[in-house]
Design a protein around this ligand. Structure first.
Ligand code: DGT
Ligand code: CA
Ligand code: CA
Ligand code: ZN
Length: 573
């Protein structure tokens, strides 16, 4: 869907107008379009094709014309024009978290700041302190924002890149003469962000395969197009590299281009110790090619079993594979249910019935509806009464559904003092309770840790939601004592959530691995706000695999009766 891309452009247009102190009416109309398109669950392209764009309240002729222009040409002339009127660095500054258009305009006017570099230098020299509204706190936030963009740069979340890669692979396998085709690089390793997408093809006619690739409808710009390598920018600004190799080298190339770099360096050292040489064409003794057709034979010749891509970070996987001690990683097919879902009772888009239909189609046996609790007003948190009504509706639905069990749950807020947003009597009526922090992020490390530990001690709390609170590329984790968290989770029998929503992936891979070592169970939930987002379970499973998790480490690989038994144990402790 292009919704996100189009919404982002309107957001930029509003920002630029605001920097230039443009017409407030137009600024508002762009911002409104951003909100509407951002909340939409239908595809704008489909609506446009059906001529129904202006049926949407808040989308007038002007906005609808620009959307159609974008769909037809891949650009909006007005936006290109507007960009010419402001320095490029200023527009880039707008993507620094914690920096709005007004501040950017003010910094530009007062200090001549035109880029992130300028801003960093100005802060260092203390030039901001004299300005109106520039308290120490605000400056601190800016510095953190600058640090975030430096770390992530133009990297994109895996959840944005993965569907793009799958679509390219699907299209190329249909249209070109490809032998085998596989995404490589950080995407294949399921890293939480990717710098670019690397796709590998085994085949003979490189030139025509690459021409087909460069001609795909989603391609915006062709950077290079040759006999063995093509490189393009697709919709949304993502770079995609495609390489074509002879089929006899496909495994070697796949191994090489999957990386990670540190994994490959370690592997090369092992090859050298055995008097062998490894590169993207194969494994060699002198000039003699020993193998290269598959990854498996390469790893085998180097004295180890095949290593799943998610583990290839040189974090001990080579040592483990050499002694046959790799974990048997969890697989997508092991997942029996989604443990975190929002319905239209709070801020979700769909009915419980529609969500259940999707869950069934995904092959699940159960699912947890976990809408927000009463204090989270912006997410339309449920009152005590409406949660009771929802529980009744779920029981009623269950009596009619075949092959799907809906578990009544809640994503209950952990309040600033560590208490929970619902009383215990109500929590006791639920099957599954996720306790989450949604506010008070700035509290001290001790305080936040204490709040979470208190929530874990509640017998009805099944899991701690998105345990570090980070948002990829947007917000850092809050300060929390991970060791204490894990110890308390182990002691109380509380799971840590691996929130699979693409911007969260929290707990991340490293925390999952530490949890496993401490005997703490992980519960994977998508936090989907519409059935279309439930596919993100795949991102959660990828992250779990990067965290060395096995089936037994994850709560929702259990059957319904095992899960119930497990949850009961904590309640009876
Ligand atoms: P990214 O794109 O920044 O998210 O990360 P990767 O891992 O996809 O890196 P990328 O796209 O620069 O290169 C793809 C793979 O190619 C990388 O994972 C390993 C391999 N590779 C690239 N450069 C080198 C190198 O200098 N040495 C070795 N051994 N492998 C390399
Ligand atoms: Ca890459
Ligand atoms: Ca690359
Ligand atoms: Zn939440």
């Amino acid at each position: 869907m292009l919704n996100r891309e189009i919404a982002e452009i309107f957001e930029r247009m509003a920002d630029i107008l605001e920097i230039k102190a443009g017409n407030p009416f137009r600024i508002r109309s762009y911002r409104k379009a951003v909100r509407i398109i951002g909340d939409m669950t239908q595809d704008v392209a489909e609506l446009a094709a059906a001529g129904r764009l202006t049926d949407i309240p808040g989308i007038g002729e002007g906005i609808s014309g620009k959307i159609k222009e974008y769909l037809a040409t891949g650009r909006i002339e007005k936006f290109e024009e507007m960009k010419k009127g402001v320095p490029g660095g200023l527009i880039a500054l707008l993507s620094v978290p914690g920096l709005g258009p007004r501040t950017v305009a003010m910094l530009h006017k007062e200090l001549g700041v035109e880029s992130a570099e300028d801003l960093r230098a100005a802060i260092k020299k203390g030039r901001l302190s004299g300005l109106a509204g520039m308290g120490e706190k605000k400056i601190g936030n800016m510095l953190r924002g600058l640090k975030l963009i430096r770390e992530f740069g133009s990297r994109l979340p895996l959840g944005i890149a993965l569907p793009v890669a799958s679509e390219i692979v699907a299209r190329l396998s249909r249209t070109a003469v490809v032998g085998e085709i596989e995404p490589a690089g950080s995407l294949r390793r399921r890293a939480e962000t990717v710098g670019d997408i690397d796709i590998l093809v085994g085949g003979r006619d490189g030139k025509s395969i690459i021409e087909t690739f460069a001609g795909l409808a989603m391609v915006r710009e062709v950077l290079a197009s040759g006999e063995t390598k093509g490189s393009v920018i697709v919709e949304g600004g993502l770079q995609v590299d495609l390489r074509v190799v002879p089929r006899k080298s496909f495994g070697a190339a796949l191994q090489y281009f999957t990386g990670s770099k540190s994994h490959n360096i370690h592997l090369r050292r092992i090859a050298r110790e055995k008097g062998l040489k490894i590169n993207e064409y194969g494994l060699f003794r002198g000039k003699k090619m020993l193998c290269g057709r598959t990854e498996k034979e390469i790893y085998k010749r180097l004295g180890m079993c095949w290593i799943p891509p998610e583990l290839r970070e040189d974090r001990g996987e080579i040592e483990a594979a050499s002694v046959g001690k790799l974990p048997r990683l969890i697989r997508a097919a092991d997942i029996k249910g989604d443990l975190h879902l929002h319905s239209q009772w709070s801020d979700g888009a769909a009915s419980i019935r529609a969500i259940a239909a999707r869950a069934k189609a995904m092959g699940y046996g159960y699912m947890v509806i976990s809408d927000h609790s009463r204090s989270l007003k912006i997410a339309r948190g449920l009152s005590v009464e409406s949660l009771r009504k929802q529980i009744a509706e779920i029981r009623e639905l269950n009596s009619r559904l075949r092959g799907m069990r809906i578990l009544a749950g809640s994503e209950v807020d952990i309040m600033n003092d560590g208490s929970l947003d619902f009383p215990d009597e109500l929590l006791a009526e639920l099957d599954f309770v996720i306790a989450s922090i949604h506010g008070g992020f700035k509290q001290s490390r001790e305080k936040i840790t204490e709040r979470i530990v208190m929530a874990m001690k509640n017998p009805y709390v099944s899991a701690i939601g998105h345990p570090t609170g980070r948002l990829i590329g947007e917000r850092e984790a809050y300060e929390v004592d991970i060791d204490r968290l894990l110890a308390a989770a182990a002691e109380t029998g509380t799971a840590l959530e691996l929130n699979a929503y693409y911007q969260r992936l929290d707990a991340g891979d490293l925390l999952c691995r530490r949890a496993k070592e401490k005997g703490v169970r992980i519960s994977i939930g998508t936090d989907a706000h519409s059935p279309e987002q439930m596919w993100m379970m795949e991102l959660g499973v990828g992250t779990a695999r990067r965290g060395w998790l096995e089936k037994k480490d994850v709560l929702n690989t259990m059957s319904l009766s095992e899960l119930r038994k497990h949850l009961k144990k904590k309640r009876q402790k």
